[in-house]
Ligand binder design. Structure first.
Ligand SMILES: [Mn+2]
Length: 329
């Protein structure tokens, strides 16, 4: 991959700073947490004061990452520094409503993201939709800043890579992704710790939820669109949180013949959060954009106002239209 011009500017801006705040998106995933931690560790090793903030608590499954315990909630942040790095976020809004206000006045906002729907909200923008994970980009940045990649940084970045590529299965996985993974293993990424925490300690609630969600599995358009739904009552009865639904969308997605998979979750009365995935042809970033959302070509999301039935009808019809447009067989 050719080195983007912005990389040098961002490395310089960070090396010139004394303190930096690293922020990522709400409902944090492995890329967001791993990348934030790796960047924070790297900046600290260069003598900078660093605070990492997230609008939501770190999911328990990522607590094995050293540095995750230092990630602050917005309520315990007195002030943000003049230099802020926002990673893995399409726009400021993704940081959550509390932080969004604080961040809108920051003099040097640095935007590092791999979402194709990124709005270039920063003063410095390093946006690379071809990157499999924001972690891939932060690795390039750390190397540019001559940061030594310690085992802790390697473990955090490997976590970012392995989660955002679905264990190197998704289309975003390239030879560069594998090369970086190998490099991180050489640098001491703790594969055993990663494997155990990510795949061998699923919360029981997650499977109890899945048991409720499976009966909702539905298909349309000759089996090319598949979806499942989860209402708020079921979610609340099991005392679930959004972490517990991680990966549910992969079940409809994995069905033979399905091109577009969707997972609908009622997050509040009259508010439905929709996850979207596609396999080969349909650009779900464009599909999500019709409903004010966005993401990547193969993975995106949006929030729809209305009842579950209305949300399902609208999204399924829109997905069907895109499938017919692109003559998906
Ligand atoms: Mn990401």
């Amino acid at each position: 991959m050719q080195e983007p011009r912005e990389l040098a500017d961002i490395a310089q801006a960070l090396l010139n700073a004394k303190e930096v705040t690293v922020v990522s998106h709400v409902v944090p995933d492995g890329d967001c947490i791993g990348t934030s931690i790796a960047l924070a560790l790297g900046l600290k090793s260069k003598g900078l004061q660093v605070q990492v903030v997230n609008g939501d608590p770190v999911p328990e499954m990522y607590a094995y990452l050293k540095g995750s315990e230092e990630i602050l909630l917005p309520s315990s942040v007195q002030r943000v520094s003049d230099v802020v790095v926002l990673v893995d976020c399409t726009d400021l809004e993704r940081a959550g409503s509390f932080l969004e206000g604080m961040l809108s006045k920051v003099p040097t906002m640095i935007n590092i993201d791999h979402h194709v729907s990124n709005t270039y909200f920063g003063r410095l923008n390093y946006v690379q939709p071809s990157a499999a994970a924001a972690g891939e980009m932060v690795y390039a940045l750390l190397r540019k800043m001559a940061v030594e990649i310690t085992p802790e940084i390697a473990t955090a970045l490997y976590t970012a890579l392995v989660t955002d590529t679905g264990s190197f299965q998704y289309e975003n996985t390239t030879s560069e992704t594998f090369q970086l993974a190998a490099e991180l293993v050489d640098r001491g990424a703790d594969l055993e710790e990663i494997r155990y925490n990510l795949w061998e300690r699923k919360p029981l609630i997650s499977l109890l939820l899945l048991r409720e969600v499976f009966p909702t599995l539905s298909l349309a358009y000759d089996g090319r669109v598949a979806w499942m739904t989860l209402d708020k009552r079921t979610f609340d009865t099991l005392e679930a949180n959004s972490e517990h639904c991680e990966g549910f969308i992969n079940y409809p997605r994995a069905i033979d013949g399905v091109e577009v998979a969707m997972f609908f979750r009622e997050t509040a009365p009259g508010e439905i959060k929709v996850g979207l995935r596609s396999k080969k042809k349909v650009d779900v970033n464009l599909l999500a954009a019709q409903f004010g959302g966005g993401g990547h070509r193969r993975a995106a999301g949006c929030v729809v106002q209305g009842t579950m039935e209305e949300a399902v009808n609208r999204l399924v019809a829109a997905a069907g239209a895109m499938i017919q447009d692109q003559a998906v067989k």
